[in-house]
Design a protein around this ligand. Structure first.
Ligand code: ADP
Length: 674
């Protein structure tokens, strides 16, 4: 059996590093070279406790582990455990496989701990290197896998791209086809468009496309295609419309023009035409490559609008004149001394001027609801008889469409003095040739009428007063005639004869004056009797036959009898015949004609003298009216026809005259048979 020291010697030779602790304080009993090398210490540490010998171990777990082994009596071993020790004053960490084995006595009590250790640092490092290499390899493998993955993905997407590429190639092909189609479509569209279209390419504006309407405008054929515009149509150089196309090409901005004038050659002459046009740049990849010109000719519209404008401005001038005229007219109407009234076709006033209001003595407002035959007043003839509505000048103008001149009427308004007005009434004819209104002018002749009345009164009195002396003069002359013996020649008889004739004339004149007054006052009794008209005519023409200047021709039924006042009809006939002799001295013949119908007997006297002017004819039956210039050299009062008319009117008959200047006149009257 080896003793302890012998055992320790064996341990000292052991290749493994060994130490022995023989107390619970871990006093180092033995340590070999191997262990000292590990610890970086020398033999001086023998007999010291572990913490005294290696203070740096105090902060490491080893002491605790040793104490636990001492107390428990159980071996503790560990591998690859790091321990940091001061080697040559520098801390160094190495790795160890180690074992703490308790040494026990027979009773099982721990009497020592055998500590063996192997430095495995280099093994660990190698292991670490292997590990790191492995790790790197793993990483590389991972990386490779990832790369493979992405290569796979890339491959996949590549094939996707390839697919896309193929698809896009196909669609490009399709697009190209469609482009070709649409280009053809576009060309067809241009060709068939009713609107003029021209397409230019390049900065020189080479005509690429042009349709027939455009060629018609330009007056060209399609030989212009393929040439720059200014080469094929040099006359357009400098034309603003063409300059603009160049501008659109340069700027890339479209331009629209309205009613732009363009000078053009037509049949060898320059002519201005008007166009609405639109220039649009043709773009390719953001670059201008051409210009499209779309034009619509509006020459017709422009010219007709201008004509219209000219008409309108002419109309404006006319309107201006019209307005000025209207104002002038208004001024005249406002100030003239004549009343002016316009009535519509029903006779209702639609206009009246201030003088009309003044003459009638009613205000403007009242005027508009008064008709000429208003029940509020009475219309009279100048002789005082009632004027029936149908004889009113307005009525005549409205119903017959004939103008009435200078007709005097009296108006009697309640509570007012009778007024006399002289009326002119003229119809207004509308575009359908119908009477649509009547314009009436009138003057107040009340004072003139009064003077005439006074004159009539005077004539009446004077002629009455003259009648008595003339009658006694006539009686005296008759006595004187009887006193002169029939066979007495010479002066006396001649003078008496002359005196007689003058006196007869004077007496006729006085009678005419008296009669006219009586007539105008309606004081003229008619004494009817039956007599043969031919006989009456013969008697009253006797003096003319005697004179021998005219030949009297009597036509018609000589047996015809008439029922009338013989004396008055005689007066009418004498007047007609005397007038024919007086006013138609050159007329050789005077024709008297008697015609009869069932209802009336008409007697007319025709001469072939100078006749009566047309405008005077309507007045010749008026009192004191004398028509002819010639008549001024023929004496007369202008009463004969007036008296005749009154006589015939009192018989309920009609009287009238027809005449043509230079050819002769016919005066007639007609009496009802019963
Ligand atoms: P007086 O003979 O006194 O003038 P009348 O009343 O008989 O008056 O005639 C009126 C007017 O008519 C005349 O002044 C005359 O101008 C015109 N006149 C009448 N009879 C004729 C006639 N036969 N030819 C032309 N004019 C006539």
């Amino acid at each position: 059996m080896l003793n302890n020291d012998e055992l320790l010697l064996i341990l000292a030779d052991s290749k493994d590093a060994t130490a022995v602790y023989d107390s619970a304080e871990l006093r180092i009993r033995f340590v070999n070279e191997g262990m000292l090398a590990f610890w970086g210490k020398d033999n001086s540490i023998k007999g010291k406790t572990l913490s005294e010998a290696i203070p740096e171990l105090r902060v490491q777990p080893f002491e605790q582990l040793l104490l636990k082994v001492w107390a428990s009596g159980e071996t503790y071993s560990a591998t690859d455990t790091p321990a940091t020790l001061l080697i040559d004053g520098n801390p160094k960490t190495s790795f160890f496989d180690f074992e703490y084995r308790p040494i026990k006595d027979v009773s099982g009590k721990t009497i020592a701990i055998l500590h063996t250790a192997i430095d495995v640092t280099s093994r660990l490092l190698a292991l670490k290197q292997v590990e790191e290499k492995q790790k790197r390899e793993d990483e590389l493998i991972a990386e490779l896998t990832a790369t493979n993955q992405s290569v796979k993905l890339a491959n996949e997407s590549l094939s996707g791209i390839n697919n896309d590429l193929r698809a896009s190639n196909e669609s490009i092909n399709r697009l190209n086809e469609r482009l070709l189609e649409s280009e053809t479509d576009f060309k067809r569209l241009v060709a068939q468009s009713p609107v003029a279209i021209m397409v230019f390419r390049g900065p020189e504006l080479v005509i690429e496309l042009v349709n027939q309407p455009m060629l018609d405008i330009l007056h060209r054929d399609d030989s212009v295609i393929g040439y720059p515009i200014l080469m094929s149509m040099p006359e357009l150089k400098g034309e603003p419309a063409v300059e603009l196309i160049f501008e659109v090409y340069r700027s890339g901005k479209g331009f629209d023009g309205n009613e732009a004038p363009v000078k053009m050659m037509r049949n060898g002459e320059t002519e201005t035409r008007y166009f609405n046009f639109s220039y649009r740049p043709l773009m390719d990849g953001g670059r201008v490559v051409g210009v499209m010109d779309i034009a619509v000719e509006v020459t017709g519209q422009v010219l007709s609008r201008r004509r219209l404008e000219a008409i309108i401005s002419e109309k404006t001038v006319l309107e201006h004149h019209l307005r000025a005229n209207e104002q002038r007219l208004q001024g005249i109407l406002d100030t003239i001394a004549e009343g002016v009234v316009i009535v519509n076709e029903n006779g209702t006033p639609i206009y009246s001027n201030p003088m009309a209001w003044k003459i009638m003595g009613i205000d403007a407002a009242t005027f508009t609801d008064r008709r000429y035959n208003d029940a509020k007043w009475k219309n009279e003839r100048i002789d005082g008889s009632t004027l029936p509505a149908e004889d009113h000048p307005m009525h005549i103008a409205l119903r017959t469409g004939m103008a009435v001149y200078d007709q005097e009427i009296a108006i009697l308004m309640p509570g007012k003095e009778k007024i006399f007005i002289s009326v002119n009434a003229a119809p207004l004819i509308n575009e359908h040739e119908r009477v649509s209104a009547c314009i009436v002018t009138f003057t107040d002749v009340t004072s003139r009428r009064k003077i005439l009345q006074e004159k009539d009164d005077f004539i009446s009195v004077a002629s009455h007063e003259l009648k008595t002396p003339v009658t006694s003069l006539k009686a005296s002359l008759q006595l004187l005639t009887r006193l002169i013996p029939a066979e007495t020649p010479g002066m006396a008889a001649k003078l008496v004869d002359q005196a007689n004739r003058s006196l007869n004339k004077l007496s006729d004149l006085i009678n005419a004056l008296l009669n006219s007054n009586r007539l105008s006052q309606g004081r003229f009794p008619v004494h009817r009797s039956h007599f043969k008209i031919a006989e009456l005519i013969n008697e009253c023409c006797q003096h003319i036959r005697t004179a021998g200047t005219h030949q009297i021709v009597l036509n018609g039924d000589r047996q015809l009898e008439i029922n009338a006042d013989e004396q008055l009809i005689d007066q009418v006939l004498i007047n007609f015949v005397n007038n024919a002799v007086k006013y138609a001295p050159q007329s050789k013949e005077i024709i008297i004609e008697v015609t009869a119908s069932d209802v009336e007997i008409k007697i007319s006297v025709t001469d072939f003298g100078p006749g009566i002017p047309r405008e005077k004819l309507p007045h010749i039956f008026e009192r004191y009216y004398r028509a002819n210039h010639i008549s001024q050299q023929v004496s007369g009062l202008g009463l004969g026809l007036f008296i005749s008319a009154e006589i015939i009117r009192n018989h309920g008959g009609k009287i009238g005259a027809e005449s043509e200047e230079g050819k002769g006149s016919t005066f007639w009257f007609a009496l009802p048979r019963n």
